[in-house]
Design a protein around this ligand. Structure first.
Ligand code: FAD
Length: 462
């Protein structure tokens, strides 16, 4: 039987894996349910407008990955500094939010309350034992680290607006590491006049140069897909995987739907980058019931992004801003990324509306979402209803793996099962249920390709 690797999903993980394998002469087929490649980091192209699923830019400290991406653009890919702000109670604060912001820019009273409650949390720490098999929650972590005031005034509203779940249900790993680090370092600096021992590189990642293609982030994915196809391999678009059958040792079959027809393809290995909970349900023979039950508990938070086309320019004076107490958690001005994403003289303002699947924000029409958002946008002086001439909408059902407080043992059980099952593996942000940016997806995909070639002795067959 022909040796080929079947890859589920044509996001950055699936495409990078496919490219690396196909460049080594290994035959691959990629099955993608969407009509375009790029997954979460793809670009919606409608008429002459280009809109990403939330603002994306490429940045990395991995020189090999940087060279690879620059090479896709024949090294003609200029970098830009990142321009991000945090908008809170009518003031622009630096992002990642630092203790300096909280103490100085948010006002002296708030600063004093923060300092006092921070000291209280250190002198009288909360005794809240962590239950075995559960992570410390965002609530316990934030109160322990920063005190009640900062937890109630910042961490709780921001986290709950973003995740749509209570802080007492979420693992503290839901808080991005750079946010924790910047707070810790600046608090230590302010209170004890010394820098903490935390890893400064995590903050420096925020200051890395960023890259953005002219016609949307998805252009990078298009180039990866072109490279796979130039190697003679196929990407099946509008093809939704529905079943994975182990036929015998090194003989796998993937069933998929394309244009309403049932199709199948055979290969020696299947690598999945699709949502982990769905992948487990597709396996035949079935995964053990306890593994299926654990996978069911690993769910994702969805994202709806609404684009408002306008002739207004220089609206935010930066690429994007995070906001609190609004129906959306981030506003992006797309012309600040590239003016070629709209016809000349036009611009797109995009708001990201965090939601759970099947919630009202997930099912609302773009007009309904516009009505929900425009009041706050007007109040903050960004856009009035008359400024908007067209709406664009993009939805991502599996944008963020939800790190619930008990997610770690569930994930371990599912991944242990996959690791000991011949012929299958998982990869990527969605496939491994792990927060990752594009550069890390590419790194893991390249390393996995090398490992597959070496450990399974895949041979060239092209
Ligand atoms: C709002 C937002 C902003 C971000 N900003 C940045 C940024 O600025 N820089 C950065 O580096 N990273 C950023 N990221 C992270 C980045 O988007 C991800 O790391 C990356 O896109 C994940 O790629 P992936 O291939 O692992 O997963 P995905 O992109 O989720 O790919 C999985 C693919 O599988 C397909 N699929 C699903 N089910 C099936 C099925 N049954 N059959 C076939 N195909 C299926 C999906 O359509 C998708 O194409 C951001 C993420 C979000 C959500």
């Amino acid at each position: 039987m022909e040796q080929q690797v079947i890859i589920l999903g044509a996001g950055f993980s699936g495409l990078s894996l496919a490219w690396r394998l196909s460049s080594h002469g290994i035959k691959v087929s990629v099955i993608e349910s969407n009509g375009t490649v790029g997954g979460l980091a793809g670009t919606l192209r409608q008429n002459r407008y280009c809109m990403d699923i939330g603002p994306h830019s490429f940045f990395t400290e991995d020189t090999d990955i940087l060279d690879t991406v620059l090479g896709l653009f024949n090294n003609n890919f200029p970098s830009k500094p990142r321009q991000v702000k945090f908008y809170y109670q009518g003031k622009y604060l630096d992002y990642p939010l630092s203790a300096y912001n909280v103490l100085i820019q948010m006002g002296i009273r708030s600063g004093i309350r923060t300092a006092l409650s921070f000291l209280k949390s250190k002198i009288f720490p909360r005794r809240h034992p962590t239950i075995e098999g559960q992570d410390e929650t965002v609530e316990d972590w934030a109160v322990r680290s920063f005190g009640e005031h900062l937890y109630n005034s910042f961490f709780k509203p921001y986290t709950e607006q973003f995740w749509k779940l209570p802080c007492s249900e979420l693992s503290s790993r839901s808080i991005p590491t750079h946010t924790r680090m910047s707070f810790f370092n600046t608090l230590l600096l302010l209170f004890w006049k010394r820098v903490g021992t935390t890893d400064a590189s995590l903050i420096e990642r925020e200051t890395l140069p960023t890259y953005y293609p002219d016609s949307g982030f998805g252009e990078i994915a298009d180039k990866l897909a072109d490279a796979v196809q130039q190697n003679g391999d196929r990407i099946y678009l509008k093809s939704r995987a529905t079943g994975i059958d182990t036929l015998s040792y090194n003989r796998m079959r993937v069933r998929f739907e394309c244009d309403g027809k049932q199709k199948e393809i055979e290969g020696s290995h299947v690598v999945s980058t699709i949502p982990l909970n769905r992948f487990i349900k597709m396996l035949s023979p079935s995964a053990p019931p306890d593994v299926v039950a654990s996978a069911r508990k690993l769910d994702y938070r969805a994202l709806t992004a609404l684009g408002m086309v306008t002739e207004k320019q220089n609206i935010l004076n930066c690429g994007y801003i995070y906001v609190l107490d609004r129906p959306y958690n981030r506003i992006t001005e797309i012309n600040q990324f590239s003016p070629h994403t709209s016809p000349s003289g036009e611009n797109i303002v995009m708001v990201e509306i965090p939601c759970l699947q099947d919630s009202p924000a997930w099912t609302a029409t773009k007009e309904e979402l516009f009505n929900i958002c425009i009041g706050s946008l007007s109040e903050d002086g960004f856009l009035t209803p008359g400024d908007v001439k067209r709406l664009l909408l993009v939805r991502a059902p599996n944008a963020y793996p939800i790190y619930r407080k008990d997610y770690a043992p569930n994930l371990k059980q599912v991944l242990d099962f996959i690791n000991r099952t011949e012929g299958i593996s998982t990869l990527g942000r969605t496939g491994e249920f792990m927060y990752m940016d594009v550069d890390k997806c590419m790194r893991r995909a390249f390393d996995s390709a090398d490992q597959l070639i070496n450990s399974h002795r895949l041979t060239k067959n092209k």
